[in-house]
Design a binder for this molecule. Structure first.
Ligand SMILES: [Zn+2]
Length: 297
């Protein structure tokens, strides 16, 4: 199929490990990221190279610390670099000084390894919500130019229900700015639904994602696709965590079942989207949108 669409969409990857998130979310323990994160991210890099797509990679500091060669490979393919926190800790579990320190540390580490700037940020689990909007001022202060962390819908764990659905410029108290590119939502049956990334992309059939793309484009909005590398690992080895009681084991099993569902279709779904629509980095998409005044509203 020809790529006739003129709106360029965002491809983004949140580089993190599935297993250390389980330890953190279920037992509040920080454990080193598993090697599987490298295997998964390399598979994503291969797909992007094969489809000639440039993406923005939001990298966790701990991934850069344990796997610096992976950061070098991402940079060597010319992808746009960003930060996803140091550990996979939600912002609302951190004080402003803790958040600043963790982001500053991750940014410096990724930039030192890659030898170039990492000027985009995506909050862990979209945890820039109304009570943590202070995080944007810290990001401006640390020199970030782009943020893509706000989910403008009523989520169970995240979201700003009345947030802007399109690109806008956030202005800090001192007048400095950054571009906020919210996650994609479409309105169906009178409410906003998340559509283009992670579990939503994985669970929805392709025709539904396609229809969401067309609706976004009709409004002049790019689709913001995000992927976690572990979503391409179809045979994850998921060990039970030590000392779990029966109730926790059940919720752990349910969580893992849900997270593994449809993983075997992730790569083929992305490949088909890449063949139908143009994609690029947040840096490029913001440049495209802001050079066209009609797309700025
Ligand atoms: Zn994440």
């Amino acid at each position: 199929m020809m790529k006739t669409d003129t709106i360029v969409n965002v491809m983004s990857v949140d580089v993190e490990d599935y297993h250390d998130q389980l330890a953190l979310d279920f037992q509040d323990r920080i454990v080193p990221p598993a090697e599987e994160a490298v295997r998964a991210t390399d598979r994503v890099l291969e797909l992007l190279a094969e489809c000639r797509v440039q993406a923005t990679f939001f990298i966790l500091g701990e991934i850069a610390e344990h796997f610096p060669d992976l950061v070098r490979r991402i940079a060597a393919q010319g992808h746009h670099l960003g930060i996803h926190g140091y550990y996979h800790l939600h912002i609302y579990r951190q004080s402003p000084p803790q958040f600043r320190q963790s982001i500053e540390r991750a940014k410096k580490l990724v930039e030192d390894i890659a030898g170039r700037t990492a000027d985009a940020h995506r909050a862990v689990a979209f945890s820039i919500v109304e009570s943590t909007l202070w995080a944007l001022d810290i990001l401006v202060d640390l020199g970030f130019k782009y943020d893509s962390s706000i989910y403008p819908f009523q989520g169970r764990r995240y979201g700003i229900p009345a947030g802007s659905r399109g690109l806008y410029q956030y202005r800090a108290a001192d007048g400095r700015t950054l571009w906020e590119l919210p996650m994609s939502t479409v309105t169906w049956l009178g409410r906003r639904w998340p559509v283009c990334g992670g579990g939503y992309l994985r669970h929805f059939p392709l025709w539904l994602t396609d229809s969401a793309f067309r609706r976004l484009h009709a409004e002049g909005l790019p689709a913001v696709v995000y992927l976690h590398p572990y979503e391409v690992i179809t045979d994850p080895v998921i060990e039970p965590l030590p000392g779990m009681g029966l109730k926790q084991r059940l919720s752990y099993a349910f969580f893992n079942y849900h997270q593994r569902l449809w993983r075997k279709h992730t790569l083929s779904k992305l490949r088909r989207l890449f063949s139908r629509y143009p994609f690029s980095t947040i840096e490029q998409v913001v440049a495209d949108l802001t050079s066209d005044p009609a797309a700025r509203s």
